[in-house]
Write a protein that binds this ligand. Structure first.
Ligand code: TA6
Length: 312
């Protein structure tokens, strides 16, 4: 059955445009100005703008927008693994594949549909994917843009047949910040973390908030579901709400590492911070017929909002 316009007229508010490599990207627009772009390459969010048209996500000026490399910036989905775990593709293959628009998406619950524009994408394994990860799955990604500019990503992974499988996952989210040394993250204090810069050794966060003064690559374990990233210079706060994802990855390559990445400018580390809602420490297991959902909601508010309002 086709998707009934009387139930959910999401197609009326989206447009499909080609990027400069000829790859389709879906543009979502909200009536008061916010917008978002989702590329079918990787199902990646390549832009998210507020009502003034200001970009909120970082994308490198050196990003390469074509296969086989993931786009450096925006929000990509790392699946079926975060890291490389012996696989040739760092952070999994999902972000390097061409997705399709899902013409038979799951229904949108009434409390999710109010004033939102939405697109549903679908990834199924190709013969080539099955050679390196031999499991039958369907991965559905729903991207919703709310009237207030809030951006929601819902990933549903289903084991459609065969044997059980495990996977790890992350929404690799590059926030655009004015100056990395003026940024603090609230919600991770007192948590244990694995430090990827020290062979994944486990430490406990001691500070009142996380600030970044050198290269950082950490997996904060079992974090609260709401995290705030305060950008003092711009006087705005990113609020990240997650569900189904227990960990948070914080990454900034800083000076030396930046210079080693071909698709990243030498000075760009000052304007970005990756804060990824993730499931890394404990992989997710799906038996045949089971489905997992992982949700991320992003909102930007003036920094004058106090943290109590986010139930940190
Ligand atoms: O923890 C974040 C991280 O895995 C870093 O180790 C760093 O490699 C970063 O993501 C970027 O990964 P990418 O594969 O996109 O270059």
């Amino acid at each position: 059955m086709g998707h009934s316009a009387a139930v959910w007229d999401y197609r009326a508010a989206i447009e499909i445009a080609k990027d400069w490599n000829g790859i389709d990207q879906v543009v979502l627009r909200s009536p008061h100005g916010p917008s978002a772009k989702v590329s079918l390459y990787g199902g990646q969010i390549t832009s998210w703008r507020n009502e003034k048209g200001e970009e909120l996500l970082f994308t490198s000026s050196k990003a390469i927008f074509k296969p086989p490399k993931a786009i450096r910036g925006g929000i990509s989905t790392c699946f079926p693994q975060f890291g490389n775990c012996g696989s040739p593709e760092q952070h999994g293959f999902a972000r390097n594949k061409l997705w399709i628009i899902d013409d038979n998406p799951p229904p949108v619950p009434p409390n999710d549909s109010d004033g939102k524009t939405c697109v549903d994408l679908l990834l199924k394994p190709s013969e080539e994917d099955l050679k390196c990860w031999p499991y039958s799955f369907e991965y559905r990604l729903r991207v919703m843009l709310a009237a207030d500019g809030g951006l929601t990503l819902i990933s549903r992974v289903r084991n459609i047949n065969g044997k059980p499988f495990n996977f790890s996952f992350a929404y690799h989210t590059y926030l655009l910040v004015s100056d990395i040394s003026e940024v603090r993250i609230e919600g991770l204090e007192t948590l244990d973390y694995l430090d990827n810069l020290r062979q994944r050794e486990r430490f406990t966060e001691q500070g009142d908030a996380v600030t970044i003064e050198s290269e950082m690559d950490r997996v904060y374990l079992r974090s609260p579901n709401v995290i705030a990233v305060l950008d003092h210079e711009r006087k705005r706060t990113f609020v990240l709400r997650k569900e189904g994802l227990s960990d948070v990855v914080v990454w900034n390559p800083w000076e030396k590492r930046s210079k080693s990445m071909v698709d990243f400018g030498d000075e760009e580390y000052k304007q970005m911070l990756c804060v990824d809602a993730a499931a890394v420490e404990k992989p997710i297991t799906l038996k045949p017929g089971e489905e997992w959902t992982g949700r991320l909601q992003l909102l930007v508010v003036p920094s004058s909002f106090c943290s109590e309002q986010f139930e940190l």
